[in-house]
Design a protein around this ligand. Structure first.
Ligand code: ACO
Length: 323
């Protein structure tokens, strides 16, 4: 059978770091409030010359270097983003062009903060179906462009950045000990669409719009939805939370991460946390966290890793893989 094995990982962050204290001059907030309620201490904010495409390209090049591959070796690009450079063409196609690729195919995937988990599951399906041999799966976002910088309930939460992995179709015995994607579980429920949305778009207002969120409502649903898909992925793999080496959750809020890990019975020292450094980078948060844990040697080849995310839609999902 074919399994999708991760060959490399790379990340990219905007040059500018914005600390919580800077918000104290913009809105009625404090460093103490932000740290206490979210765990966020700083985030990176893109300059005019830093876009979803340029950050995605930089993360893609870093992942290719990490894997010892070149763009010629890739035949599929899936970009998870809710902040594309243009409504169309897909920003994935712009990244394809920036990488000098004239072959293969590329498309964007829009599932907000769950985007990267959706993209990994989608690339895995393409690889197992024989439609591609090697996929570049990217999460890249510039949420700073869609924030209402006068709304203290949202502007302090988000940041910009990108992360990417390379997935390769490989022959496998199909056992749990073999490397690759072992299970995936995706969900959505549009009845929650008004709890986290952007109040503009080409077909409604003709504007880009701003992010709007009922934070308390999102929080209320997050832990239950996350544990639902994680438990489903663990059951598909026939394992328990104890068997996991690493839990790499979407980085929206430290309190949501802690509550989910506790409910799932995952030990604190197995949880990868980067929300204090990056804020919520939506579809980029999981690959940014993965990149950090691989770079500092925590995640090693053969480790059992669980990715999860939940976001606007609502959408939510989990992927179980052996690194
Ligand atoms: N600074 C100071 N006070 C603030 C701020 C701020 N930045 N923001 C809100 N407050 C105030 C509120 O106005 C409220 O004041 P009030 O009691 O006088 O009305 C008070 O703080 C408490 O507000 P709550 O919303 O109850 O605070 P809570 O503890 O729920 O924390 C937060 C708010 C951080 C937004 C939390 O609800 C949360 O993290 N929700 C989930 C958000 C999330 O994860 N979103 C991303 C999902 S992924 C995606 O798809 C993008």
């Amino acid at each position: 059978m074919i399994r999708s094995v991760v060959r490399g990982v790379g990340t990219a962050l905007p040059r500018r770091i914005m600390k919580n204290a800077e918000f104290e001059t913009l809105v009625d907030t404090s460093d103490e409030w932000i740290v206490q309620r979210t765990g966020i201490q700083q985030r990176h904010i893109a300059a005019d010359d830093e876009t979803t495409a340029s950050l995605g390209e930089a993360a893609a090049r870093a992942a290719l270097d990490n894997a010892g591959l070149t763009p010629d070796d890739i035949d599929l690009i899936v970009l998870a983003t809710s902040t594309p450079n243009n409504t169309f063409p897909a920003t994935a196609v712009e990244i394809q062009q920036r990488l000098g690729m004239r072959h293969g195919f590329a498309f964007d995937m829009q599932a907000v903060c769950s985007g990267f988990v959706y993209a990994v599951a989608t690339a895995d399906a393409h690889l197992r179906a024989g439609m591609a041999r090697r996929a570049l799966v990217i999460g890249s976002e510039t949420f700073s462009r869609i924030l209402d910088w006068t709304d203290r309930t949202t502007c302090v939460l988000f940041g910009d950045g990108a992360g990417a992995i390379i997935m390769e179709a490989a022959e496998s015995e199909g056992t749990m000990a073999d490397r690759g994607v072992l299970a995936a579980s995706l969900r959505s429920d549009g009845c929650h669409r008004d709890k986290l949305y952007v109040d503009g778009g080409p077909s409604t207002t003709g504007t880009v719009g701003h992010l709007r969120m009922e934070g308390r409502e999102v929080f209320k649903h997050a832990v239950g939805m996350i544990t639902d898909v994680v438990e489903d992925s663990l059951a598909q793999g026939g394992i328990t939370a104890d068997d996991l080496d690493w839990f790499v959750p979407h980085q929206a809020n430290k309190r949501i991460i802690d509550a989910s890990a506790k409910k799932l019975g995952i030990a604190e020292d197995k949880v990868v946390v980067t929300v204090h450094l990056h804020g919520n980078t939506s579809a980029a948060s999981v690959p940014l966290a993965l990149g950090a844990a691989v770079a500092d040697g925590r995640i090693q080849k053969g480790d059992l890793v669980l990715l999860e995310a939940m976001g606007g839609g609502f959408t939510w999902g989990a992927v179980l893989l052996r690194w």
